[in-house]
Design a protein. Sequence first.
Length: 302
Amino acid sequence: MTPDQLITFAAVAEQLNISHAALVLHLSQPAVSGQLRQLQDEFGEPLYRREGRGVRLTPSGAQLAEYAQKLRETFRQAQGYRDALRGVARGTLRIAASTTIASYVLPYLIAEFQRRFPNVDIQTAGGNTGDIVASLGSLDVAMIEGPVGTGLPEGCGVRVWREDEIVAIVPRGHALAELAAARGGSPTLADVGVHPLVMREEGSGVRQFVEQSFEAAGVATRVALAVAGVEGVKEAVRAGMGVGFVSAMAMRHEDGALAQLSLGPSPLTRHFSILVPHEGAPSRVAAGFLQLCESELGVAAP
């Protein structure tokens, strides 16, 4: 039994999914499965069982997970102490961001951070808002676009960050685009609600925000298709499946085949959030990245 095997098991116990744990650990799925097999051989009995697409811990596995999670936390504290001694100039930054932020904001922030601190090792992960919140235990900084919700780990801080507008997207020549042109203004949620909709997958921050907006307006909806990822939504809209919803940032480099429509009577705007799992004592590397995010550059990044 090795510390690496226990740290891997802690991630599996947290995610209850081997593929998700591999993503969090920056390992291949076969590597994670191999470590789990070796660990089970050490104990001589099953520590988990397959259940649907995930796993369920056995009683022995649940007990071991408590020890594994304590070891992982001690390891992280040691890493933080090392980074504090080295200063911002060196260390490791583990950061995850939900889809829109990872695609359209984070690359600019990382590029600037690496220009300032080229010797910092940056490890990144992506996913929808639900995925990111579930992996907080293995991160220094998390950036999400959906509601923060409840059940965050003890000591996790929440910082409201920059504003983002959600727009409806339709093919050029769509009835909603013509309606907006005729009115000289924006269609309402009621105007949109009569059309079939293309939504992001469950757990997406955009989807949660859009659904809450329709519900607050008392407008019923019909989801024609749920698809993973921003580009999947855009392709489904191009194919004529319905009206989609994306961040306005996702339309910066479009070729004109799609029209983006702000929604009235007031735009659908939301705030991104930055989650800091170790708010009380972030490493100097994490503190340096947070300072960049909250600077004028971070707020104005494309």
